[in-house]
Ligand binder design. Structure first.
Ligand code: SAJ
Length: 425
């Protein structure tokens, strides 16, 4: 009788618990995923090429801040998770390494992913499943990864299976979303897809949709492009309303009373490693077809420059003669996280550099290392002597400090300060 490899390997849940899972790449996605799996009793080893990161994790320290991560870490440690600089011979690999894009042609740079897969292949055994969680442009797995796997399968007679389970969690709510979000799993065959679903079901309470790899790749990118387009719409409205002398926030509030309208919040730009990056994959791969997606990217990318123009208007009308009298509050890409990747503030500082404008002060309660010039780590030192405070990020911290900033001119790009005379976008 023909017995499928799936039913041989996974007769019951206990089998999954005995499998070794090697999570490769312990960044913003890989680390919470590894900890979550281990906290549910799965047998997990986390690997990262960054030795310092591994040492920190081995010595009881987390590498970034996130709500609930500390608690999850403790649970995972007590359940036996280990961290290693070396790849391990495991039954399942979950790969969550960065996938940046070329600044010029907007195409994906798959180098980290390719290296990770090559390292996995050197160690893995027959019937291993490699699950790619990293966001990739549609077709990346066929183009970059499949040839490596196929070559290896032929060379060594191994059978290695591929799956793609694009991550969907949002910084600030990662732990909650790991357990609650619906997931998509793309695989070449149902057996592989179901095997991965069995593993994800151990911690994910959402629906798990099974599909092919290319559709799974596309789903992730279109989700982020969808959000980018919606944010761009709000940002375009800001500019139109400024011209029309209408309060955009009032406009959005009342328009959203329509049952099928939900306009998002305008802001100083779109940052993070996802929404500001993924839509470019579609623009790069489908030039001439990805038109709304490209327009949205351009609008969102124009926002830091727009903030700069608002700053200079306010400086002029209020006779502020020096850039040293301005302070930028917030360096992270959004509120209450410590992630600064592609942040609107960094984009704004780049614009200022182009205009040779130097000397602006910067402060963020979540960023403890010096990453830009004139960065302050003490709030009172930061606001001492400034006239205009530009709120770039709506951290809860600044909301609590409203009394301490009353005497300043404020440009509130996030619409978080109320009951006070402030400038808005
Ligand atoms: N932003 C606005 N106005 C809004 C909403 C967001 O200006 O109304 C800005 C934020 O301040 C930030 C940027 O957009 O700079 C992106 O923030 P976000 O909270 O919208 O999203 P991310 O980048 O933190 O996470 C997204 C999520 N994707 C979607 O919501 C479709 C998350 O589910 C993904 O897992 C994540 O990208 C990812 O890793 O791809």
């Amino acid at each position: 009788m023909l017995v499928s490899w799936y039913s041989t390997l996974f007769r019951n849940k206990g089998d999954i618990m005995n499998e070794l899972i090697n999570v490769v790449g312990l960044g913003y996605i890989g680390l919470p995923t590894a900890l979550m799996m281990a906290s549910k009793g799965l047998n997990v080893v986390g690997t990262d090429y960054d030795k310092k990161k591994i040492e920190m994790l081995q010595n009881g320290n987390l590498t970034f801040q996130e709500n609930g991560l500390e608690e999850l870490y403790r649970k995972a440690i007590s359940n036996g998770i280990t961290f290693s600089h070396e790849y391990k011979t495991a039954d399942i690999y979950i790969v969550a390494v960065p996938t940046p894009f070329h600044k010029q042609n907007k195409k994906i740079v798959a180098d980290y992913l390719v290296n990770a897969i090559k390292n996995v292949i050197n160690r893995c055994k027959e019937e291993t499943v490699i699950v790619i969680e990293s966001t990739v442009s549609p077709g990346t797995i066929d183009f970059f990864i499949r040839p490596i796997i196929d070559g290896e399968n032929t060379k060594q007679g191994k059978r290695i299976r591929l799956a793609h389970a694009p991550e969907r969690i949002i910084p600030g709510r990662m732990i909650e979303e790991l357990t609650q979000n619906n997931r998509i799993i793309g695989a070449d065959d149902m057996e592989t897809a179901k095997k991965i679903r069995d593993i994800y079901t151990c911690f994910c309470n959402g629906d798990i949709e099974l599909t092919n790899i290319k559709t799974a790749e596309m789903s992730k990118v279109v989700e982020n492009a969808y959000r980018d387009i919606n944010i761009a719409y709000a940002n375009e409205l800001v500019k139109i309303c400024k011209e029309a002398e209408i309060d955009v926030y009032e406009l959005i509030r009342i328009a959203n009373k329509h049952p099928r309208v939900n306009i998002l919040n305008p802001g100083p730009g779109v940052g993070g490693h996802c929404i500001s990056v993924d839509p470019w994959f579609l623009v790069g791969d489908y030039p001439g077809l990805a038109n709304i997606i490209l327009a949205a990217r351009k609008i969102n990318d124009s926002m830091p420059e727009y903030v700069l123009s608002r700053m200079s208007e306010i400086m002029e009308t209020n006779h502020i003669d020096s850039i040293n009298k301005i302070g930028l509050y917030g360096l992270t890409y959004k509120e209450n996280v410590d992630d600064v990747r592609e942040s609107p503030t960094l984009q704004l500082l780049d614009c200022m550099k182009k205009h040779l404008a130097k000397g602006i002060r910067v402060y963020d309660p979540y960023v403890h290392e010096d990453i830009v010039e004139n960065q302050y780590h003490d709030f009172h030192e930061f606001i001492k002597g400034i006239q205009l405070l530009v709120i770039m990020v709506g951290h809860d911290e600044i909301k609590k400090r409203s009394d301490e900033i009353e005497h300043l001119l404020i440009l509130d790009t996030r619409n978080i300060i109320s009951g006070q005379e402030v400038f808005k976008l």
